[in-house]
Design a protein around this ligand. Structure first.
Ligand SMILES: Cc1ncc(COP(=O)(O)O)c(C=O)c1O
Length: 474
């Protein structure tokens, strides 16, 4: 008898996708790097969106966490030094889907005070980073099996692009952006078009502060205009806020969460303010949803049910470690709750602010003489600037990216992959004249970091001048 060595399932009708666009892009990099190195070129990192190693050294975080854990043990007041502290037992045991209550209480307090919004710790659901939050909300709305239309920006975050259309009955209706955010009339039109085509429209996903990849923050007026339409048409705003503390302004626009917590589902992540590895995140909303029998229920209750059927158990030790970050030690070594997460952000902002300035100054110096040919966004928050070729004969396709790496050692990300399909239908050249430049990552620290950043920007400008046939004027 012929026994197959593996089970073979005929799944062609499922239209399963093999690899995501983003993974494909990162998979091709090592080969390109090797080509650059073979040409004797150093690699200039202007592509990766990772937090900088200089501000994510885990050793300081671990030392602080250990001290905080000792503080928690001491606070239990057990006189027997050999006894297992209760918090520690719980930190490594199965826990509730909501995770430790104290972590949520402290976070609700600190974050609520930073953004002037009242956060109910009972509605604060831990997620596996913002990625887990995106997945949780999508899963909630996918459950009934009706065709869904997600409204999002063109361009939009690659992680959302990939997750949102995981279910083949879901589709993206995208909204083009200008320098202030999504265009309100098109936002309205896309919601109405999706409904007219028979879709249920649960939410609009966006990144209003330090948009990844668009390299802008939305103006306050634009937030208000979008919010007014979302309210009028009954669409939630899914606000992804990884860069809310990586902000270079003194005056910051309010997040949608603060403008209207009943219209917003907010995603917090610990990845940029802390470390990405522990996968800390929270989802929060005061929104009510009308479900069967015209019942109104908090979306938080539905999300919690969804979460308990998905990950079920949180990682309590990681959440307690994050709770440590929400505390500081005074000069006498006594722990107290922080007044603000801006205290933590301040140290990171030193590095990102410097890198951002080096990028903007370098671009101005290297390419600023041709304002009719090159444009770049001035990011008010986040890690990215979008560079646009204003002349029509440059196409930033894969071949262009490969040339930048192999001939100049410069790694940047092409923008076309961040545009949803419908945006490409509207404009087949969407993103085909744009690059995403990131200024968050180098392999070095301190003065060497600054030098690496400066050199990388200069190499980028040299490459662009050379490709477009320009002579440096100074
Ligand atoms: C807009 C956006 N959302 C989500 C994420 C992923 O965040 P997390 O590590 O919290 O899953 C990123 C990371 O770069 C991001 O830029």
């Amino acid at each position: 008898m012929n026994v197959p060595s593996r089970v073979s399932l005929n799944a062609k009708d499922l239209q399963l996708q093999e690899v995501s666009v983003t993974r494909k892009m990162s998979a091709s990099l090592p080969k390109l790097r090797a080509a650059a190195e073979a040409n004797g070129l150093p690699i200039h990192h202007l592509g990766a969106g990772y937090p900088h190693p200089e501000v994510t050294d885990p050793r300081g975080f671990i030392a602080h966490q250990n001290a905080y854990f000792e503080h928690l043990a001491a606070a239990e007041g057990n006189n027997d030094p050999a006894a297992l502290p209760e918090f520690l037992r719980e930190a490594y045991a199965y826990t509730d889907t909501l995770g430790p209550r104290q972590t949520r209480e402290v976070f609700a307090d600190v974050y609520g005070s930073d953004w002037q919004v009242t956060i109910d710790p009972d509605r604060l659901i831990p997620t596996v980073g913002a990625t887990g939050g995106i997945s949780l909300v999508c899963a909630l709305f996918e459950r009934p099996g009706v065709p869904l239309a997600y409204i999002t920006d063109a361009p939009t975050y690659a992680g959302f692009l990939v997750r949102s259309v995981l279910t083949q009955s879901s589709q993206i209706f995208s909204v083009d952006m200008d320098s202030e955010g999504p265009i309100p009339e098109q936002f309205r039109a896309q919601i109405l078009a999706a409904r007219a085509a028979g879709f249920f429209v649960p939410f609009y996903y966006t990144v209003p502060d330090g948009h990844n990849p668009a390299g802008i923050s939305f103006s306050t007026q634009r937030r208000l205009d979008i919010l007014a339409i979302a309210r009028e048409l009954g669409v939630l705003i899914l606000e992804d806020a990884p860069y809310i503390y990586i902000d270079y302004n003194d005056e910051r626009p309010k997040p949608f969460l603060a403008l209207d917590p009943m219209q917003t589902v907010h995603l917090f992540t610990g990845s940029k303010i802390g470390l990405p590895g522990p996968r800390i995140g929270f989802i929060y909303s005061d929104a009510l949803l009308e479900i069967a029998d015209q019942q109104q229920v908090p979306i938080a209750d539905l999300l919690l049910t969804e979460s308990s059927s998905d990950i079920l158990f949180q990682n309590p030790a990681a959440l307690r470690g994050f709770e440590g970050l929400l505390h500081k030690q005074d000069d006498a070594g006594v722990f107290q709750q922080r007044e603000s997460l801006w205290e933590v952000a301040a140290k990171k902002l030193v590095v990102y602010r410097e890198n951002r300035e080096l990028l903007l100054d370098g671009l101005q110096e290297g390419l600023g003489d041709w304002p009719d040919e090159f444009h770049w966004t001035v990011p008010e928050a986040g890690f990215f600037s979008v560079f646009t070729f204003l002349r029509p004969d440059i196409t930033t396709d894969d071949a262009f990216i490969e040339k930048l790496v192999a001939q100049y050692g410069v790694v940047v990300i092409p923008m076309y992959g961040f545009y949803p399909e419908d945006a490409k239908d509207r404009d087949p050249r969407a993103g085909m004249n744009q690059l995403r430049i990131s200024f968050c990552f180098t392999e070095s620290a301190g003065a060497a970091r600054r030098e690496d950043m400066r050199t990388a920007v200069a190499a980028f400008c040299d490459a662009i001048r050379s490709i477009t046939g320009k002579q440096a004027k100074r």
